[in-house]
Design a protein around this ligand. Structure first.
Ligand code: NIG
Ligand code: FE
Length: 421
């Protein structure tokens, strides 16, 4: 049995035996921090934690690895509950077009955007797609991401969507990260279906969903509910069809327009509603009393220069909120969760502790892994990160662009980038 003790920890964040499944409202500013702490790990599990003075006698500490974390903080690894991390090519040319004045929507209407990524993905074989995605997500571990949700949605054909989801299934097997797969066949209408949208919806329902269920390729179902993309009615139909295969919705809504998608998603038991750059009173009412996690994607707001989510309003309504990267080649080409906390502090007026709750406990909920991830609790997976020596946790968002994380431990083992497991 492999035992590890991390001792002299300056502050152990998100720790306790009775943490809520997510934090909301005023709770979001509570870090549940133990100062001058120890953390004990056996194999891949957290087995004990507490104040340094209490650690002696808790277990047999012979033959154990000891890490001295004097001056350093220990946190659960980030859970990134919304990404499109499997893709074939970056899209800098669209970035330059936007600098010259075109909007994201205008570029998409010209056949760029999601359709551009779909064309590139069609040309890449499954093995290359897999190798590149594995390197890409392991690059994120260096910045503290220990769990990641990845969507399909650049296939947009039966073969393309299955290829993406098979890649995600292989990533699950090959990586020590915790990975969830979301089927996003309804990401955009392929050109050939522009005039016959129903035929593409039927393709999703009759051809894609049964094969995905048969091969157990997806944990969740998504839909880009937006003007020029999918209507609330189309999304509702897809959520109902997904439910026949036990696929819970996690959907893209309210990025550019308010169409009533949040209420529809809440009514169909969505685990999360994501984007929400646009949000009105009715949307907030729909979220109240629900179990759906509102999720903001500040990297997308930053990169596309669109409004930032109204985090303060959501928190003032005693709601929870999560922050995810939306890592993708078009609207948010960074999966750096530390950088996200900076953007959320400076642009959404969130406190540093709120952003750290929103990227750990609350995103673990938003990807359905609360039982094992998102906090430092006895019995949960030993997925933790150790900072450099820092004066306070606020250094993570404060030092934007700097990697404050020194060590990442996944399933009880120190992660080293070149030592793929
Ligand atoms: O979440 N908005 C829809 N989908 C992605 C962007 C995908 C792309 O541009 O490739 C998003 O921002
Ligand atoms: Fe997205």
């Amino acid at each position: 049995m492999a035992k590890m003790l991390i001792k002299n920890i300056k502050g152990l964040f998100q720790t306790g035996d009775n943490l809520p499944k997510y934090k909301k409202g005023a709770q979001m500013d509570n870090g549940d921090i133990i100062e001058n702490a120890f953390l004990a790990i056996e194999d891949d599990e957290i087995i004990a934690f507490g104040k340094m003075e209490d650690w002696a006698g808790i277990t047999d500490w012979r033959d154990l690895d000891v890490i001295d974390a004097e001056g350093k903080y220990v946190l659960p690894t980030f859970c990134d509950s919304h990404t499109h991390a499997v893709f074939a090519a970056t899209r800098e040319e669209e970035f330059e077009d936007r600098i010259k004045g075109l909007s994201y929507e205008e570029i998409a209407l010209k056949g760029g955007g999601i359709l551009n990524s779909a064309a590139k993905l069609q040309e890449m074989d499954e093995d290359t797609l897999f190798e590149e995605a594995l390197d890409r997500i392991h690059g994120l571990v260096e910045y503290g991401t220990g769990a990641i949700e990845i969507k399909s949605g650049y296939g947009l054909s039966v073969e393309g969507e299955l290829k993406m989801l098979r890649v995600i299934k292989r990533l699950k097997a090959a990586s020590p990260m915790e990975i969830k797969a979301t089927f996003l066949g309804a990401h955009a209408f392929p050109k050939e279906y522009k005039e016959n949208q129903q035929a593409y919806i039927d393709l999703i329902v009759n051809e894609m969903l049964p094969k995905i269920a048969e091969e157990k390729l997806a944990d969740y179902i998504d839909c880009f509910c937006e003007r020029n993309y999918f209507t609330v009615e189309q999304m509702t139909h897809l959520m109902k069809e997904g439910a026949k295969y036990n696929l819970i919705p996690k959907v893209h809504v309210n990025q550019f327009s308010i169409m009533g998608g949040i209420k529809a998603a809440v009514d169909h038991g969505a685990l999360s509603v994501d984007h929400l750059e646009e949000l009105d009173k009715n949307d907030i009412e729909a979220l109240k009393g629900s179990e759906t996690m509102p999720t903001f994607l500040p990297g997308c707001s930053f990169f596309l220069s669109i409004p930032f989510g109204k985090a303060r309003e959501v928190i003032a309504e005693d709601l929870p909120l999560a922050l995810a990267s939306d890592f993708n080649p078009g609207s948010s080409p960074s999966g750096n969760m530390q950088l996200l906390t900076s953007i959320a502090c400076t642009k959404m007026n969130m406190t540093p502790i709120e952003t750290l709750n929103a990227t750990t406990l609350n995103t673990a909920y938003a990807m359905g892994i609360s039982d094992t991830h998102g906090s430092i609790t006895v019995g949960k997976k030993a997925n933790i990160m150790i900072t450099k020596e820092i004066s306070s946790l606020a250094r993570i968002p404060y030092s934007f662009g700097e990697n404050i994380i020194e060590t990442v431990i996944l399933n009880g083992k120190t992660f080293a980038l070149n030592k793929k497991e």
